[in-house]
Design a protein around this ligand. Structure first.
Ligand SMILES: Cc1cc2nc3c(=O)[nH]c(=O)nc-3n(C[C@H](O)[C@H](O)[C@H](O)COP(=O)(O)OP(=O)(O)OC[C@H]3O[C@@H](n4cnc5c(N)ncnc54)[C@H](O)[C@@H]3O)c2cc1C
Length: 260
């Protein structure tokens, strides 16, 4: 028996420019017969543009089985396989999508939900917020905040953060400065991979959250991201031990030295 995920050929029924950097694709057609949502609000599909073999992942913004309508909201950045395709008038063209998969898993005892992400995470944030049964706090780092101010409606109090430029993100700094709600909650976040690695460290080391209390996903990799410096861990280790620091604190010092 094959273990390969099913794929579906879908026609682009409509292409809509939601903002300067975000394009909505409505996919449909008989080729989507058998496609089914997982019900997990951050579910995504792999999308292969026409005439290509490589795929990229996109969140299912909505799926209407009656109308066989699958909506994806696609970020248009500087260069890229899907970016360059959706920049064109792609209505009427045939692409391929996979079965969806999801990751969001909020524990039942969570009394609040925190959502943080950049423009690529906005579709998942909108779906998660729409299905939430607890108060939601949201931070969104986007280049087109004015045009997208209704995107997360009816969620109120969204903190819109300016994006520092194409291929760049400051979300790790934003999260380090967050005032956290009290009690048990769930933290969901997605965006540029290096930022997400920094956030995971922050959640583990400073906030000491159990891994069930958060889901942090690298959605894309900044091509021009600076590589960490090579630093000899020996002196940092010895100084840390002499100062009575824990192993976790010493490794955090080491990461900081590499990234400074
Ligand atoms: C689970 C999951 C869900 C996702 N959901 C969405 C979604 O709903 N909408 C969405 O737009 N994206 C989403 N993404 C992110 C998307 O898959 C990546 O951004 C993807 O690389 C874009 O493909 P591309 O063909 O445009 O660029 P690529 O060909 O992959 O990359 C070309 C260049 O662009 C850079 N790059 C890639 N993405 C970005 C970006 N966002 N901003 C700036 N530079 C970039 C790369 O570093 C590379 O240098 C999701 C990713 C995952 C893992």
């Amino acid at each position: 028996m094959s273990t390969r995920a099913a794929t579906y050929e879908a026609v682009v029924r409509r292409r809509e420019q939601l903002s300067e950097h975000l394009v909505r694709l409505e996919l449909g057609g008989p080729g989507l017969a058998g496609f089914a949502s997982t019900g997990i609000p951050d579910e995504w599909v792999a999308l292969v543009p026409p005439g290509q073999f490589q795929s990229r992942y996109y969140t299912v913004r909505s799926w209407d089985p009656e109308a066989a309508s699958l909506v994806l909201d696609v970020v248009v950045h500087d260069v890229g396989l899907v970016t360059e395709w959706v920049r064109t008038d792609c209505a009427g063209q045939i692409c391929t999508v996979s079965d969806p998969k999801g990751s969001f898993a909020m524990p039942p005892e969570a009394t609040w939900l925190m959502l943080v992400g950049d423009l690529t995470a906005l579709p998942a944030m909108a779906r998660i917020a729409a299905s939430a049964q607890v108060p939601v706090h949201a931070w969104a780092e986007v280049p087109d905040a004015e045009e997208l101010s209704d995107y997360l409606a009816p969620l109120e109090g969204v903190r819109w953060l300016p994006q520092p430029g194409d291929g760049a993100s400051n979300l790790a700094d934003a999260v380090a400065g967050i005032d956290w709600p009290t009690g048990d909650g769930y933290f969901w976040m997605a965006g540029e991979s290096a930022q997400m690695r920094a956030i995971r460290k922050h959640l583990m080391r400073e906030r000491r959250l159990p891994s069930t209390a958060y889901d942090v996903m690298g959605y894309w990799r900044g091509g021009t991201a600076r590589q960490p410096r090579a630093v000899d861990p020996g002196p940092i280790w010895r100084t840390g031990k002499a100062a009575g620091k824990t192993d976790e604190q010493i490794w955090a010092d080491y990461d900081e030295a590499r990234e400074s």
